[in-house]
Ligand binder design. Structure first.
Ligand code: NAD
Ligand code: DAU
Length: 365
């Protein structure tokens, strides 16, 4: 199989201070094959330099690493970085569905304008490569999500399915993907897309289900379960997600999208039951609260295309979850920093009325 990105390449990872983005940075530098990584990150409430502390503390890795604080929608920040990159992994996005319902605009700014700015910079470098000013044009890997397919009542989504997003977050992600495809078709930009399923692991911001319920359970606080808790998600460990991104970057066919499916579909109630067991709590701390508007009932993807390319998930959910809970238990300082800034205001806005209207729930219903 051809390796389109060889050892010693210089990769630009946007959003690399976030939960998922920091993991390919760790994996790429840990190869110790001369690969250089520059992270461009705006450090929104979700970005955290501490997520990169491991690589910055290792002198050999730190020598091949650079961090730039900036916005992917800012052409002046993006152009010089893309000019020096052999490939761009665009992980940057606003990522929380609930926040996209409260305030959609930032999702469009990063997910649509930001992707456009990146694509224009890559297109410019492609033109320079064609003119002989650089050896090759940079490849883009656009990190997308299973949410672009919308909710799936039965069966599993395949890459050729129509995109039918149902939240502002998912619509912004679908728009970003469509721009990427358009630049590939129209301008010959070399690009691939990954559509990952629900990802969990260390360093995930506590606004999301698993870290929110873990950190609240550890603190003995209420767990706000939306609706009947029977919504289904397909769980993927962050190390598997990062390996999938890396594999598609190196081996994916230009212009193609690849589902990165975890292969562990579970109703939220099952995940909550496992988290209660792992944190030594019981159902008395769970509250059934009013549902998320437009809440997608189920996501499910067929992973055979990525499997045929040579990638599949490795981490068993129960093992990954136990290690994740242990990581949060061992990192109270990280949790405190993630639950700072606008956290209390966000929590009151998102959960204040919901928890007031919530009611007790037990394992059975
Ligand atoms: P995250 O919210 O933890 O991190 C996002 C990062 O992007 C942060 O570091 C933030 O500072 C940065 N960022 C945001 N806007 C930016 C901008 N305009 N310019 C530069 N940096 C910016 O998100 P995550 O959960 O790690 O998700 C990363 C990517 O993976 C997103 O594209 C998301 O759509 C996709 N994805 C996430 C999941 C999941 O379950 N978390 C699943 C599939 C796909
Ligand atoms: O499917 C991939 C997507 O997974 C990513 O593209 C998104 O960036 C990521 O945030 C995630 O989206 P979800 O909406 O599925 O994840 P979240 O953790 O917000 O919710 C998971 C499930 O748990 C969902 O059915 C809603 C439910 N939930 C969530 C929260 C935060 C609750 O019941 N209570 C909560 O407080």
């Amino acid at each position: 199989m051809t390796d389109r990105i060889g050892p010693g390449a210089h990769l630009l990872v946007t959003g690399g201070a976030g939960f998922i983005g920091s993991e390919p940075v760790r994996q790429l530098l840990a190869r110790r094959d001369g690969t250089r990584v520059t992270v461009l990150d705006k450090l929104t409430y979700a970005g955290n330099r501490a997520n990169l502390a491991d690589v910055e503390a290792d002198p050999e890795q730190a020598a091949r690493f650079a961090f730039v604080r900036g916005d992917i929608a800012d052409r002046d920040a993006v152009e010089p970085l893309v000019a020096r990159a052999d490939a761009v992994i665009n992980v940057a996005a606003e990522t929380h569905v609930d926040r996209s319902i409260l305030d959609p605009e930032a999702f469009l700014r990063t997910g649509v304008i930001g992707v456009h700015v990146l694509l224009e910079a890559i297109r410019r470098e492609r033109d320079r490569a064609l003119a002989g000013a650089r050896p090759a044009s940079p490849r883009l890997l656009q990190v997308s999500t299973d949410e672009v397919y919308g909710e799936i009542e039965t069966g599993r989504s395949v890459e050729t399915d129509v995109l039918a997003p149902r939240s502002p977050y998912a619509a912004a992600k679908a728009a970003g993907e469509l721009l990427v495809r358009a630049y590939h078709v129209t301008f010959g930009v070399d690009a691939v897309i990954t559509r990952g399923s629900n990802t969990y692991g260390p360093h995930q911001h506590p606004e999301k289900l698993i870290p929110l319920f873990t950190t609240n359970a550890l603190a003995g606080e209420a767990l706000p379960m939306y609706g009947d808790g029977m919504q289904i998600r397909d769980w993927l460990h962050v190390s598997d997600h990062a390996a999938g991104i890396d594999h598609v970057l190196r081996h994916g066919e230009p212009g193609e999208a690849y589902n990165i499916a975890g292969g562990t579909e579970l109703p939220n109630r099952d995940v909550i039951g496992r988290l209660l067991a792992a944190t030594g709590r019981d159902w008395s701390i769970v509250r059934r609260v009013p549902d998320r508007p437009g809440h997608d009932r189920r996501y499910a993807m067929d992973g055979s295309k990525a499997a045929a390319l040579g990638w599949s998930a490795r981490v068993a959910f129960d093992e990954g979850l136990a290690a994740t809970v242990a990581w949060y238990r061992d990192n109270p300082g990280w949790i405190a920093s993630a639950k700072s800034g606008d956290w209390d205001a966000y929590y009151a806005r998102q959960y204040g009325d919901r928890l007031a209207a919530g009611r007790a729930v037990d394992e059975a219903g």
